[in-house]
Design a binder for this molecule. Sequence first.
Ligand code: GBP
Ligand code: ZN
Length: 254
Amino acid sequence: MKIKLLPALSDNYMYLIIDEDTREAAIVDPVAPETVLKAVQEENVKLKKILTTHHHWDHAGGNEDMVKKVPDLEVYGGDDRIGALTHKVKMGDKFTIGKINVECLFTPCHTTGHICYVLDDGGDSSSVFTGDTLFSAGCGRFFEGTAEQMFRNLIEVLGKLPDDTKVFCGHEYTLQNLRYAKHVEPNNVDIQQRIEWCREKRENGEPTVPSTIGIEKLINPFMRVGISSVQQHTQKENLVDVMHALRKEKDTFK
Ligand code: GBP
Ligand code: ZN
């Protein structure tokens, strides 16, 4: 499996997923159709599917245009507000991209119909496309959901994936997120080291994506609600209360 990261708008990422055996491809959140079509031509692949994480325009806003330009394109997603949707999916639904297996994880909170997609090509590690649910070192705002839901998404669903699962998220927010992570845990050495690593990446014009589930468990405060330093920062013990307090503080963190 080959994954081509395609930057779009100011800080969005689209991902072109290629099954090299069959040359079949899928695109995650194609908000900039011209960029996608150029990459599809360059890679000489057959684009078969759109994987939409959620209905926000900066993720789903290119769908209508894409289906006009690519014949027989299938559009996957978990929300009726997603343009050109052909395959509405729910928790545990499975399909394929060539020989790559895809499993849908329902992760409502940022929006009520948010889906993350886990890809497995039989190789050593899987990849998960997390849209605006899980960012590197952060998570999406709770526009349409609760701390209880995000706790379930991050701890009980995404947090149960193997540590070596690669994380491909919807935005390049990592350095801003790490600044907040450092505020929560000033003594966390993994956060300090990740800031240096990400600074170097960004200075060279490179993305900080992919991360891994294992790395996120070390640096992402929203995946660390059960760690005592994070609990102490929020002055809460109940894990959902910690999640709620972190999101509330980050909503206005400058
Ligand atoms: C930043 O630049 O670092 N804090 C952000 C500011 C996702 S995009 C922008 C922001 O709020 N981004 C959203 C988010 O969840 N950020 C996580 C965070 O701040 O910790 N969006 O474009 C956003 O989802 C959107 C589109 C929102 C349509 C509502 C509608 Br309706
Ligand atoms: Zn969003």
